[in-house]
Design a protein around this ligand. Structure first.
Ligand SMILES: Cc1ncc(COP(=O)(O)O)c(C=O)c1O
Length: 466
C-alpha cells in the first residue's frame, strides 16, 4: 500500500505567493516586520492583497480567495459594497466637504439609529477607533466613580494601551491559577505602568469571578468585558446575570466592549442576546463600514460628565475660567463624527437590516457543513460562535468556555489546516476567527466546502508548523 506523505503546506504556499514574499521583503526595508500593525503579520510571511470585491480578495500574484477575515470583522457587507460607495458619494456631493469640524446633522441621525438597537445608550460620543472608545469608557468610569482600578477578563482584547494590554494570550506558564489569573503584560515597554495592572478575572466562571470582585470591590471603577470572548466564545447567561448583579451591588461600572460583537452577535450585539443593560457600551468596526470609527454610549449620568460647560475644553484659555478643566471629562478628536464615515456606517446598518438574517443562515450552514466534513474525514473539528462570527476548533470536545479551554485544543492542527486552506483559496488568517458578510452566498459556500474537502483528504498532522 502506498504511504501518503505529510505534505507541508508552506511548500505550495511559497510556490503560489512568490510576489507577496518579494513585496514583504521590500516592505521590511521601510516598515518594522514589513507591516503597519502587528496583527497583519504571520509567519513565514503574510499574503499581500491588491483587490477586494464582495466576499473575495485577490493577491499580488493574482490568486483569488474567499475572504473570511473581513478586515477583522469590520466589513459586514463585504468588500466595496455598492450601498456604501453610493452613500459616500452622496455625502461628499451633497455636503461639499470631507470634514466640517463643527456639529452636523448626520451625527444626530446616526446616534438615533444606534440607540434604536442599543437602548442602554442614553448618550453617545464618537471616536476614531475601538481603542479610543474603550479608553474613553474607562476614563468615564473612573471620573464617575472616583476610583482608579479596572478589571478585565483573561483572553479579552480591548485595544493596545497600557490599562488593558494584559492577559490576552498569556503563556500558561505565566498565567497563574485558572480561578485567579495573573495579569501578564502583552507588550515590551510596559514596565513603567506595572503598578497600574488591571485585576484579571476568569471568563464564564461565576463563582471565582464574583469572589475576586467582592475582594476588590472598593477599588474597582469598572469591569470591562467582551460579552462574547473574541467575538466567538459566548458568555453563559447565568454568568452574565451574576456579573450584572455584583457590579450593580458595588456601584462598579460595567462596560460591554462590543467592538467585535456589535451588529454581529445580533444587530443589538451581546446585550440583546443576554438582555442585559451595561452602564457603558463601546462599538467600532462594523459601524464604520470599513472606515475608522469607535463609539461610546451609556447612561446619561456617566456620559454627561463629558458635557462641556462654559468653556468647550482645555484649549479655551482665558475665557473667564467659570469651571476648572478637571470638573469636565476631556474628550476630543479632530475627526470624531466624520461625515463620510457616518454615511458609510449608516448605509451598512441599513443593509444589515435587510440582509442580517440571510448572513446568519449562511454562517450556520457553513458551520454545520464544516463539522460534517470533519466527522466524515475523522478529523477532530468543531465550531464555536455566535451570530455572524465563529471559529474552527480542532477538538472533539466542543464545550469551549474560555481562554484555558482554547489552549487545550490542537492549535497546531488548526494552523496547518489554515495554510492548506490558503493554498486552496480560502482566506483565514491562521488561527483567526471567521467573520461572514452579506456578500457570502452559494458560490462562496461551495468554494469553501470544496476547499475543506480537499484539505481534509490530505494526511494532516505535519510537524514544524510552529
Ligand atoms: C473587542 C475589541 N475592543 C477593542 C478593539 C480595538 O479596536 P481598534 O482596532 O478599532 O482600535 C478591538 C479590535 O479588534 C476589539 O476586538
Amino acid at each position: 500500500m502506498a504511504i501518503r506523505k505529510v505534505e507541508h503546506p508552506f511548500i505550495q504556499y511559497g510556490a503560489k505567493t512568490g510576489k507577496s514574499y518579494k513585496e514583504m521583503k521590500e516592505a521590511e526595508k521601510f516598515l518594522p516586520g514589513g507591516v503597519t500593525a502587528n496583527i497583519k503579520h504571520f509567519a513565514p510571511y503574510p499574503i499581500v492583497m491588491n483587490k477586494g470585491n464582495g466576499a473575495w480578495l485577490e493577491d499580488v500574484d493574482g490568486n483569488q480567495y474567499v475572504d473570511y477575515l473581513m478586515a477583522y470583522g469590520s466589513l459586514a457587507l463585504g468588500h466595496g459594497h455598492d450601498d456604501i460607495k453610493k452613500a459616500i458619494q452622496d455625502q461628499l456631493f451633497e455636503d461639499g466637504t470631507f470634514l466640517f469640524g463643527t456639529p452636523h446633522s448626520l451625527e444626530t441621525t446616526f446616534a438615533r439609529k444606534i440607540k434604536s438597537y442599543y437602548p442602554s445608550m442614553d448618550k453617545i460620543r464618537y471616536t476614531n477607533s475601538g481603542t479610543e472608545a474603550t479608553l474613553l469608557a474607562i476614563r468615564l468610569a473612573s471620573a464617575y466613580t472616583g476610583k482608579k482600578k479596572i478589571a478585565k477578563f483573561e483572553g479579552h482584547y480591548h485595544g493596545g494601551y497600557n490599562e488593558v494590554l494584559y492577559s490576552i494570550n498569556p503563556p500558561l506558564s505565566e498565567a497563574g491559577d485558572e480561578d485567579k489569573p495573573n495579569a501578564v503584560p502583552e507588550s515590551a515597554g510596559m514596565d513603567f505602568y506595572l503598578d497600574q495592572k488591571p485585576l484579571v478575572l476568569p471568563f464564564n466562571q461565576p463563582d471565582a469571578t464574583e469572589k475576586l470582585i467582592e475582594e476588590h470591590a472598593t477599588e474597582l471603577a469598572a469591569i470591562i468585558i467582551e460579552p462574547v470572548q473574541g467575538g466567538f466564545i459566548p458568555a453563559e447567561q447565568q454568568f452574565m446575570d451574576r456579573l450584572r448583579n455584583v457590579t450593580k451591588k458595588h456601584g462598579i461600572v460595567l462596560i460591554f466592549d462590543e467592538v467585535k460583537t456589535g451588529f454581529r452577535s445580533a444587530l443589538g450585539g451581546g446585550q440583546e442576546i443576554y438582555n442585559i443593560k451595561p452602564d457603558i457600551t463601546t462599538l467600532g468596526k462594523v459601524i464604520g463600514g470599513g472606515f475608522p470609527i469607535g463609539l461610546v454610549g451609556g447612561k446619561e449620568e456617566i456620559l454627561s460628565i463629558s458635557k462641556p460647560k462654559a468653556a468647550g475644553d482645555v484649549f479655551d484659555v482665558g475665557q473667564g475660567a467659570e469651571s476648572s478643566a478637571k470638573e469636565i471629562l476631556f474628550h476630543s478628536g479632530t475627526y470624531n463624527g466624520h461625515p463620510t464615515i457616518l454615511a458609510a456606517g449608516l448605509a451598512t446598518i441599513q443593509r444589515l437590516e435587510q440582509d442580517f438574517d440571510a448572513t446568519l443562515a449562511y454562517t450556520n450552514t457553513l458551520r454545520e457543513k464544516i463539522e460534517d466534513l470533519g466527522k466524515k474525514a475523522n478529523v477532530p473539528l468543531s465550531t464555536v460562535g455566535l451570530g455572524t462570527i465563529f471559529s474552527v476548533i480542532c477538538t472533539r470536545d466542543s464545550n469551549i468556555r474560555h481562554y484555558r479551554d482554547l489552549q487545550k485544543t490542537n492549535l497546531e492542527l488548526r494552523k496547518e489546516m489554515d495554510f492548506h486552506l490558503l493554498n486552496e483559496g480560502i482566506y483565514t488568517k491562521p488561527l483567526n476567527r471567521y467573520s461572514i458578510s452579506t456578500s457570502h452566498g452559494e458560490k462562496e459556500l461551495e468554494a469553501t466546502l470544496n476547499a475543506y474537502q480537499t484539505v481534509l483528504n490530505k494526511r494532516l498532522g505535519g510537524d514544524g508548523m510552529s
